[in-house]
Design a protein. Structure first.
Ligand code: NDP
Length: 481
């Protein structure tokens, strides 16, 4: 499809980031060598090796947990809450000051478009620190009981889709409530967490309050299993979430799990089609579809199916795929070769099961990992592409005739993280959202986030909430509110 405008390249310079050839672990306020092996982190858009990072061993994890325990007992736990808040405000301001550096590094290591890392990931990460900084000295008034107390040491494991933002979602509430942390970033995206470690040093955060231990699944497993961890917070696949729940069962550890999703984005026939199309695009192609709450199942009322689909395909034809550092890019690279294999496999299964695949004409770069925006029609609820989390730019379209059918189909999933409703009628928004079993429901918008709003799932999407007042409870002693 020919686009309306030809865009000249508008590359963001990468000279602002200084990627070191190798990194140690950040333990007790310092970068130190690990005792394990090393691994390479790669730019998914070019397959260029960016740096070599440490694979934290169980010994390294133990060292980090001990540092976090010391910091909790001696410094961070006893500190006046208002003073903890000052550190968080300082970190938030430093994230803003160094925003461009974080954004470029995130796009290099993750493959996401600079437009998103610059305008979404990094500002949202700073917003989470600002939000929680404000809570630090107001916890007595949060409705979570008088003088709520921290849990102790939090072991936090995060995925690769929003490396910096997930770090903020985990670290900011933990610190604001007086806990100390050991965080393990994902194997393929460790660099912004290591840059964040520098920010902790710059903010003069007391040693041991934040520890970053890079590594792969085994490092995460050691952290989760460590006997001196009081709280485990995990975001990632449902499969690993299950394993973690098993390993934590029967211990004193508190656990929050933010797992997969297969969100329904429901469009009624009275919805403004152009607006809905923008919301559908944002719902599934944002961050290449590597989004746990992505609107990956489009449920469209039968009477507007053809009109909406034509409009959607026209719009998808204008999306620009390519260099994540180009400011015009809408869709960047798939984060890893493994993830690309998974997306391809599920798409092939979709076709084999009888769904129809549509992709716009587009040229993909020769190097790196790419997958074009894809729409499947003739999808039935039993198809794997309608049930499994693809975690890529792949939309499945299903239809419905009545509101009841829409609700039944939307809820027909093992997940329950998010959903969307598009309609002109306010009363319909209220009645439908009330019946959707999803932790977050957007109306006439999609993929909107705010630190004041709790986020989390039902069913196999996990339990516990992050953000908002509810997110604080997950890091405080007392009953699970
Ligand atoms: P994982 O769930 O394996 O990874 C999430 C994090 O957990 C990573 O830091 C990972 O380390 C770590 N980890 C892996 N195994 C263990 C373990 N046994 N104990 C503790 N920590 C562990 O996700 P993948 O990256 O493998 O992605 C696979 C699929 O999961 C995707 O295709 C997607 O469908 C889904 N996914 C969902 C996410 C969500 O937000 N809902 C996020 C990411 C993936 P490391 O990466 O270093 O191996």
């Amino acid at each position: 499809m020919t686009s309306l405008f030809e865009y000249a390249p508008a590359p963001e310079s990468r000279s602002i980031v200084d990627v070191r050839p190798s990194y140690g672990l950040f333990v007790d306020g310092e970068f130190t060598d690990g005792t394990g092996s090393t691994m390479k982190t790669v730019n998914p858009a070019t397959e260029e090796v960016l740096s070599e990072v440490t694979v934290g061993s169980s010994e390294d994890v133990d060292r980090a947990v001990r540092a976090a325990r010391r910091a909790f007992t001696r410094v961070w736990g006893p500190m006046r809450p208002a003073d903890r808040g000052k550190y968080l405000f300082r970190i938030a301001r430093l994230l803003q000051e160094r925003a461009r550096e974080f954004a470029v590094l995130e796009s290099l290591d993750n493959g996401k478009p600079i437009r998103e890392s610059r305008d979404f990931d990094v500002p949202q990460a700073a917003a989470h620190f600002f939000h929680h900084a404000g809570w630090a000295d107001k916890l007595d008034h949060a409705g979570l009981g008088p003088a709520p107390r921290p849990l102790g040491v939090a072991g936090q494991v995060i995925p690769w889709n929003f490396p910096m933002l997930m770090l903020a979602w985990k670290i900011a509430p933990a610190l604001a409530t007086g806990n100390t942390v050991v965080l393990k970033p994902a194997e393929t995206t460790p660099l912004t967490a290591l840059l964040f470690a520098e920010v902790c040093q710059q903010a003069d955060l007391p040693p041991g309050v934040v520890n970053i231990v890079t590594g792969a699944g085994e490092t995460g497993r050691s952290l989760v299993a460590h006997p001196d961890v009081d709280k485990v917070a995990f975001t990632g696949s449902t499969e690993v979430g299950r394993e973690i729940a098993r390993s934590v069962a029967g211990t004193q550890k508190r656990l929050t799990l933010e797992l997969g999703g297969k969100a329904a984005n429901i469009v009624f026939d009275d919805a403004p089609i152009d607006q809905a199309v923008e919301g559908i695009v944002r719902g599934i192609f944002f961050n290449q579809g590597h989004v746990c709450c992505a609107g990956s199942r489009l449920l469209v009322q039968e009477s507007v199916h053809d009109e909406l689909l034509a409009s959607l395909q026209r719009r998808i034809g204008t999306l620009r795929i390519g260099d994540p550092l180009d400011k015009n890019t809408d869709i960047g690279a798939i984060n890893s070769a493994e993830q690309l294999v998974r997306i391809r496999e599920l798409s092939e299964i979709g076709e084999a099961e009888g769904a129809r695949r549509w992709q716009p004409e587009c040229t993909l770069p020769d190097r790196g990992w790419w997958f074009p925006p894809t729409v499947f029609t003739d999808v039935s609820a039993a198809h794997r592409i309608a049930r499994d989390e693809v975690f890529g730019p792949v939309l499945s379209v299903l239809t419905f005739r009545t509101p009841d059918e829409a609700v039944a189909k939307a809820n027909n999933t093992t997940y329950g993280l998010s959903a969307g409703v598009w309609t002109e009628k306010g009363s319909r928004i209220l009645s439908i959202t009330d019946r959707l079993r999803a932790g977050v429901v957007w109306a006439n918008t999609f993929n909107e986030f705010d630190p004041t709003s709790p986020f989390g799932g039902y069913k196999q999407s996990g339990y516990g909430r992050e953000g908002g007042r509810q997110g604080l409870a997950a890091y405080l002693q007392g009953d699970d509110r």
